[in-house]
Design a protein around this ligand. Sequence first.
Ligand code: AQP
Length: 345
Amino acid sequence: MAAFKELVFSGVQPTGNLHLGNYLGAITKFVTLQESHDCIYCVVDLHAITVPQEPLTLTNNIREVTAAFIASGIDPKKHIIFNQSQVPEHAELAWVLNCTARLGWLNRMTQFKEKAGKDRENVSVGLYAYPTLMAADILVYRATHVPVGEDQKQHLELARDIAQKFNNDFADSIASHGFGEEFFPSPEPLIQGPATRVMSLRDGNKKMSKSDPSDYSRINLTDDADAIATKVRKAKTDPEPLPSEEKGLETRPEADNLVGIYAALSETTKAAVLAEFGSAQFSTFKSALVDLSVAKLGPIGGEMKRLVADHSYIDSVLADGSERASVLARRTMNSVKDVLGFIRR
Ligand code: AQP
């Protein structure tokens, strides 16, 4: 494989109710990776409109995700934070990749099947084409590493297939333009740790999700200490005390989920949590989880609220990030046009 400079890219949709799953599955990884890599973090507003959005709410949600990135510790000066719609090359490359991806590949995407449900004929074409836009988001920067939650694994695999097919389809043109053997890297998913799929607090078999109608199913990043405490105390559990070994969690999805959340928040493993809380009752464990969650999330939620109110600061971060992202994206898009045989200015 050709050598590509390591670069991290990931995105979060501004669809409201940013939750603990988004935080543990994605945003905490973003924060860690900025110590070792150049990183580009995107508020993917073009993805958000694949389902209906109210314009004023969307604007607020774009600011809220941006605030969450900064409040969690991402440095917008050292790295790039921006919103997708300010860099038109995402949509431009997505069209090219729509012509590379095969219908059969997209037909296999489980997220589309889940989100479209029985009303398939009535969902937007954008919802169906979502994964090719996601591939474009990553490949327009030729990013090599993508931290995401477990639910995005299939889309990442598709992005790799699209990159490889583009490299194969245009191999001769890629070589003749001096780009070597591979134009796009095969982006690697980074899905690690004890909370890659945080589950609903009401149902251990369902993903914690922004769109769940029950607010008790998730901990929102902007929840205050009382709300966090109430939600954790009400979280569904079973009557048994906690096991001492991870194997004992296998048939207990709710217990597994809470232990995973505790492990991720305290930056340890499920085994270590069980070594401490094995044979404890849930009442004891939940009290500790409330304290830990409030200590970790309280300051982030407070800072998010402060930042969100400062529109001019947030908008200036996005403008600055978009300018820097545009330079990189334009470079790739110009090369793509050369490879395809388009005439450009
Ligand atoms: N429950 C989760 N556990 C771990 N990671 C998660 N992510 C989402 N939910 C969980 C990860 O968060 C990042 C941003 O997700 P997104 O906002 O782009 O899209 P999403 O996966 O559609 O978010 P939701 O909350 O699940 O929204 P709805 O309700 O619309 O389906 C991604 O890296 C994702 O993996």
